[in-house]
Design a protein around this ligand. Sequence first.
Ligand code: FES
Ligand code: FES
Length: 167
Amino acid sequence: MATRLIVNQRMQDVDAAPDTPLLYILSNNLELQGPRFGCGLAQCGSCSVLLDGVEIRSCVTPLSAVAGKSVTTLEGLPALYAQQKKLASAPELHPLQQAVIDEQALQCGYCYNGQIIKGAELLSKNPQPSVEQIRTAMNGHLCRCGTYPRMIKAIQRASRAIAGGGR
Ligand code: FES
Ligand code: FES
């Protein structure tokens, strides 16, 4: 029997074994390229998505755990932001995605998905986080290129943009 879930605000019926990792469903069945396979052990964050607004590691989350719930991937962040801010339409990029570009925060970009998902979750709950709060929130996201200081700047930049009503 198919499992029904909502992915990026669209209903999806997925025909797969209930213990299939959500990451495989998103990548293989739904062809979403945002979440990435890194460690497969919930250690790096590259596979992160939002489940009902809360960051989870999709590599260790079975399909059965998300039945009837709302999953947001990197691709759906601008629309989720528009929904949260009650904007008439979704911006092309979430403010944090734009800030990462403006700060040139990343190098190889492999961690991009997880860092953006986690940063967006943080900003939705705490639009003006302190540096310490940013460090604490981002702690579980590994970046082999060591971009952590630039990501902090990007999150601060996005925070200012959001405070200014930025899109
Ligand atoms: S691939 Fe899921 S946390 Fe590393
Ligand atoms: S930018 Fe290379 S892993 Fe983070």
